[in-house]
Design a protein around this ligand. Structure first.
Ligand code: ATP
Ligand code: MG
Length: 736
């Protein structure tokens, strides 16, 4: 899905240092060969910043100028760090540390804790939000779920900006933050949260950086030891560095100048956490001798995608925008971006899923497609729609498999079971390794069938299911392997970040998509209220939203789809408008002053500088358009995607035929095994429940159940109807 896997499927390790420089343009070469002194690369999306710094490190190592172990490369996500390690390996540079600020700090903290503080480093808290909830309970302050999230974000912001509870009120006012509650209350909650952490001897994500900074600041000897180890620093995505990360970087660096930073102010999307592009833009002021390189050639995207990206930037305002660089595509022409308006959100999700299905059927690998959205809450509708269209998908594209809490937890449980071996009652009835793994993971939430639940529950199930599969493959490859052998294998894989592969369409938030690229990108929910998001109020916040859309657009190599829905739910008031950021850029919208002529209503723009895209008013299926969906038990209007699928409120009594439901699940498991797809790609739990409640007699009745499209009807209709009639589907097949 990304550059590394796309362009270097069969990499050839360059045979010399100079060969590493091949494949770089003159400006990128200037970056790669400036091995000493401060270097700053200011460049737009897809211009090869990440490529330039990776080649710079590899060139330095291959030329014998940089000691691999003396280089620390810092990237923004664990995934990006893993990718950089992969690219470095392919270029023949091994042993370089490529990490996030967080993981580099954590490693140093673990190492130096016994010397600096004594004992071992306190445990990292798993669920911060729970701790905030406990703090709220201790303060007798009631917070709803949304407030809990917002207060947690305020605490995080305070910590990365190094604001203590007593200073919160003043600092938040100065920064113009719109506090989700009375600032005095937030300060109180923040203080209680810190007390609770101390009481429970745990630390949080932000503490890792704070404590590392404190140790390096207070202990000169330890700071010197770290500086003796690391001589060269490289930072990717520097526009989003937080004050705390910047402080840590300065402590690592000491009075040396061997620092290379790359970034794009137009992609600053973490200001809400206290990040600022000022460090990037003012680099020359703080390092007067710095080599500054600008890159403008866009190697990632087609001229059509680039034109839209440049169009978005042309409308941007503020400091970051003053430094914008117009991108110039280096790729051959491709299709125009497609803008699509839908009547409602489920129709938008179904439309995207249908197009994705067509793309996959025409040979595009699922891993080359991404659906990107503004908020994680949008994910579920797309998960459902993709599952209904039989498209495998993966969530959380940005997180490393072995870092997921449920995976760590599962491995801990497997390790314990391996240690206790035959004494563990859990394993009594488990004759072979896969069944032992299933038995242990059942205690951690694994079930033979995926849960019908929300994104988080499903994600965690997918992780555990991947471990179960891995155990099966491992046993197949090494007969007689024990649980202890599997634990060794898992440890090795975790060490090299060799995650079990999941081939699927990536569903990710725009924030998590940073730095990545796909052949096909669907940007969904590009409507006012989502993009910009309702709570973006100030000019700066609106500009950050625009940059977020710019990040989304520039993830696409070739195909770019942008869509929005006029109402949230079927039959709802069509009171939504497409995002203001697309004004003048999408067909049918008035152009920004002096740039382009207005396009005909809903038609195709011709001769304008904007993308002449097809605007299609996609019609939702008739049943959805005419009447709002209502609960068939209590009659309430349904708005939740899952409830619409059930055709009743989640809490209303179910008249499900339990026996039929069980038979359907069993049948579905068999289908999934045969086709090698996850079970939810056959039918989701919600659809199975709806079938077991409706017990359809014929194809018409079956087709009325949401989640049973034409494709599914053709493929599975006969089987499902046989099961509903109390027959064995296999009987019908024998007769065929
Ligand atoms: P972003 O701002 O999104 O992080 P970036 O500037 O870091 O983008 P890269 O990810 O390094 O860009 O590169 C974008 C794509 O262009 C990658 O697929 C990369 O391999 C390719 N690319 C970069 N430079 C060149 C080059 N000189 N020749 C061929 N391909 C290149
Ligand atoms: Mg990059």
């Amino acid at each position: 899905m990304t550059a590394a896997t796309h362009s270097t499927l069969f990499p050839r390790v360059p045979d010399s240092a100079d060969a590493v420089l091949e494949g770089l343009d003159p400006e990128q070469r200037a970056v790669a060969t400036a091995l000493h002194g401060p270097v700053c690369v200011l460049a737009g999306a897809g211009t090869g910043k990440t490529r330039a710094i990776t080649h710079r490190i590899a060139y330095g190592v291959r030329a014998g100028i940089l000691q691999p172990s003396s280089v620390l490369a810092v990237t923004f996500t664990n995934r990006a760090a893993g990718e950089m390690r992969g690219r470095l390996r392919q270029l023949g540079a091994v042993g370089v540390q490529a990490r996030t600020f967080h993981s580099a700090a954590l490693r140093q903290l673990q190492y130096f804790w016994p010397k600096a503080v004594g004992g071992t480093l306190p445990r990292l808290v798993d669920r911060k939000i729970q701790l905030v909830a406990d703090a709220a309970a201790a303060c007798r302050i009631r917070l709803d779920r949304g407030e809990l999230r917002d207060v947690t974000a305020e605490i995080e912001w305070s910590k990365v900006t190094q604001t203590v509870p007593a200073d919160y009120t003043a600092a938040a006012a100065k920064a113009g933050r719109e506090a989700p509650r009375d600032p005095a209350e937030i300060a109180q909650l923040y203080a209680a949260y810190e007390d609770l952490k101390r009481e429970r001897s745990v630390i949080d994500f932000e503490d890792v950086l704070l404590l590392t900074v404190a140790v390096l600041q207070d202990r000169h000897d330890i700071a010197e030891q770290v500086r003796a180890q690391y001589q060269h620093f490289v930072v990717d995505e520097y526009q989003d560095v937080s004050p705390l990360q910047q402080r840590l970087l300065e402590l690592w660096l000491g009075d040396r100048e061997n620092l290379c930073v790359v970034g794009d102010a137009s992609q600053t999307i973490y200001s809400f956490t206290g990040a600022t592009p000022d460090h990037l833009l003012d680099f020359r002021v703080r390092h007067p001798g710095a080599t500054v390189v600008k890159l403008v050639r866009d190697y990632r995207s087609t001229p059509q995608v680039v034109r839209l990206a440049n169009g978005l930037l042309a409308q941007a305002r503020g400091r970051a925008a003053d430094h914008r660089l117009e991108l110039v595509s280096q790729r051959p022409a491709g299709p125009e971006p497609v803008f699509t308006e839908y009547t409602d959100e489920p129709a938008e999700a179904e439309g995207a899923a249908r197009r994705i299905r067509e793309l996959i059927d025409s040979g595009v690998p699922a891993g080359e497609i991404a659906v990107l959205f503004r908020t994680n809450a949008q994910s579920e509708t797309y998960e459902q729609a993709l599952a209904d269209a039989g498209v495998p998908y993966q969530l959380r594209g940005a997180e490393r498999f072995f870092d997921r809490p449920e995976v760590r937890n599962a491995i801990t449980a497997l390790r314990a079971a391996a240690r206790f071996g035959g004494n563990d009652a859990l394993l009594d009835d488990a004759p072979d390794l896969p069944s032992q793994v299933r038995a242990v993971l059942s205690g951690k939430g694994w079930t033979p069938q995926p849960p019908a639940g929300s994104g988080a529950v499903r994600e965690s199930w997918e992780s555990l299911a991947a471990l179960v599969h891995l155990a099966q493959d491992f046993t197949a490859a090494r007969s007689g392997a024990t649980l202890a052998d599997l634990v060794v294998e898992l440890d090795e894989r975790a060490g090299s970040q060799h995650a079990p592969t999941v081939q699927g369409v990536t569903l990710a938030s725009l924030h998590a998509a940073k730095g990545l690229e796909w052949d096909v990108v669907f940007l969904v929910g590009v409507a006012e209220g989502m993009m910009p998001i309702t709570y973006a109020k100030t000019d700066e916040q609106i500009e950050e939203e625009r940059r977020l859309l710019y990040v989304g657009v520039t993830r696409a190599r070739e195909h770019l789809h942008l869509s929005w829905a006029l109402s949230r739910s079927p039959g709802g008031r069509p009171n939504r408008r497409p995002s203001r950021f697309l004004t003048g850029l999408r067909p049918g919208s008035h152009a920004v002053a002096g740039r382009a002529g207005a396009a005909g209503a809903g038609g195709v723009e011709r001769g304008s500088w904007t993308a002449a895209a097809t605007a299609v008013l996609e019609q939702a299926p008739r049943r959805r358009q005419r009447t709002p969906a209502r609960c068939r038990v209590c009659g309430r209007t349904l708005t939740d995607g899952g409830e619409m699928k059930l055709m009743r409120c989640e809490d209303c009594p179910s008249d499900m035929d339990e026996g039929l439901y069980e038979r359907l699940r069993e049948w579905r498991g068999e289908q999934a095994r045969r086709s090698g797809q996850p079970a939810f790609c056959v039918f989701t739990d919600k659809t199975l429940i709806a079938i077991a409640e409706a017990v359809p007699d014929d194809e018409h009745e079956l087709a009325r159940i949401p989640g049973v499209g034409m494709r599914k009807l053709r493929r599975y209709g006969a089987d499902v109807l046989a099961l509903c009639a109390g027959r064995d589907p296999a009987e019908g097949q024998d007769q065929d």
